[in-house]
Design a binder for this molecule. Structure first.
Ligand SMILES: Nc1nc2c(ncn2[C@@H]2O[C@H](COP(=O)(O)OP(=O)(O)OP(=O)(O)O)[C@@H](O)[C@H]2O)c(=O)[nH]1
Length: 397
């Protein structure tokens, strides 16, 4: 069976706006998952780093470079990894989304710094390895932290390192060369503060990039909105209606879901324009549009087809079900008063039901023809297809 929908076929539209990441981060729709994936990817890198370092430190221990007993070593390693895995589970499960920084970057960094400091205290002979460890922890903060956060973590690192050195000096261990150690500590602190400067530059660039992206997404959302709506009434435009109708037609062909197209035209609208002016005419159009939009369901479509003509797509209904809905709309319009001039209004409607396999152009042509009939028969009325014609069409398809 050919449907003939191809003539009006248009590409899929993603009317997505910005999505909220638990009210804090905003990414384009669907990219909440993308953000979560980005965070997890960085955590896997960090976990690989932590694992490599743990292996190196254990190796150092078995090369007799630490004063730890085996039990102490395994307790330290087990404690560190237990907390690492707990944090990772919080991020991976999405539990951490309730916090300001769902990536939990600071807890992760502090955990590694605490682990390295404890190791430094218990295995001071492995200082060079541990100093490198501290330095490698910091870059992981660059993606998430503000530069002030980065500075705070750096200060904690320097404070931890300095405190352990002071404790080691107090313990009077024999390998201790105080002058050299403190010189090294100063050099270490200085290099960390270089990181802070770089981090500041990097985070400024990152924030500028994020702001630009946000502006672009907002502009894109606005363009998408303009592309699918009519500016005066805020209803869908003709192009978007046709796209929606194509989708409904495809669903109807595949799953037998019926739908109805309704052409609505204001009666004697030219008279309103001529007597009250174009801007009152515009007000009437906008207010009628609001009535139409409020009268249909979420799955339906209300569109301005052009001029003073509107088209409704009533989804999942047949003519029998559509009739009372449309009669109610007609009545609401009769009872209403439009524009600042409180003008009375009537409309005429032509109603046709989609026939399986037909082109949406044909459906609209039939509804338009019925609208013409409604006008011809005196206006302020609804003309529907005969149900017998629909049934016959369904049987022959
Ligand atoms: N104010 C305003 N008028 C519009 C707009 N688009 C079309 N029109 C006017 O709508 C009127 C349509 O007039 P006609 O097609 O003769 O129909 P009618 O006067 O409504 O008469 P019937 O449809 O036969 O009942 C014309 O005067 C158009 O200028 C618009 O965006 N704003």
């Amino acid at each position: 069976m050919t449907t003939g929908h191809c003539q009006l076929c248009v590409h899929g539209h993603s009317g997505d706006g910005l999505a909220q990441y638990n009210g804090r981060k905003t990414y384009k729709d669907g990219s909440v998952q993308q953000l979560q994936r980005d965070i997890l990817r960085r955590h896997w890198y960090a976990a690989v780093w932590a694992l490599s370092y743990t292996i190196l430190l254990c190796l150092g221990h078995y090369l007799d470079l630490s004063q730890l007993t085996d039990v102490q070593l395994w307790r330290l390693v087990a404690g560190y990894w237990l907390l690492q895995v707990a944090l990772l589970a919080m991020v991976a499960s999405g539990y951490s989304r309730r916090y300001k920084d769902p990536s939990l970057t600071i807890p992760f960094m502090l955990l590694s710094i605490a682990f390295l400091s404890l190791f430094l205290w218990m295995a001071p002979a492995m200082r060079p390895l541990l100093v490198l460890g501290y330095v490698t922890v910091l870059p992981f903060g660059m993606f998430q932290l503000t530069w002030r956060g980065f500075l705070a973590v750096t200060l904690v690192t320097v404070a931890c390192y300095g405190s352990v050195l002071a404790l080691l000096q107090g313990s009077g261990r024999d390998f201790w060369q105080a002058d050299l150690e403190w010189l090294l500590a100063v050099a270490f602190a200085a290099s960390l503060f270089c990181f802070v400067v770089v981090a500041r530059e990097f985070t400024q660039l990152r924030d500028a990039h994020r702001n630009k992206n946000r502006e672009l997404r907002q502009a894109l959302a606005r363009i998408e909105e303009l592309a699918v709506t009519d500016e005066l009434t805020g209803l869908y435009n003709r192009r978007y209606l046709l796209r929606g109708m194509e989708k409904h037609a495809a669903l109807a062909d595949r799953e037998g879901l019926s739908f109805v197209a309704v052409f609505i035209d204001i009666d004697h609208f030219k008279h309103i324009n001529d007597s009250h002016g174009h801007s009152i005419g515009d007000q009437v159009l906008a207010e009628l549009a609001m009535v139409l939009r409020r009268s249909v369901r979420e799955a339906d479509m209300a569109s301005r087809y052009g001029g003073e003509e509107f088209v409704l797509l009533l989804s999942g209904v047949d003519l029998v079900e559509a009739a009372p809905v449309l009669e109610r709309i007609r009545q609401v319009i009769i009872d209403g008063a439009f524009s600042e001039q409180q003008l009375p209004l009537t409309v005429s409607m032509g109603v046709a039901q989609f026939r399986v396999g037909e082109c949406v152009e044909k459906l609209l042509a039939r509804a338009d023809h019925l609208l013409y009939e409604a006008k011809r028969r005196g206006r302020n009325r609804i003309e529907m297809e005969a149900l017998a014609a629909i049934n016959a069409a369904h049987q022959s398809s």
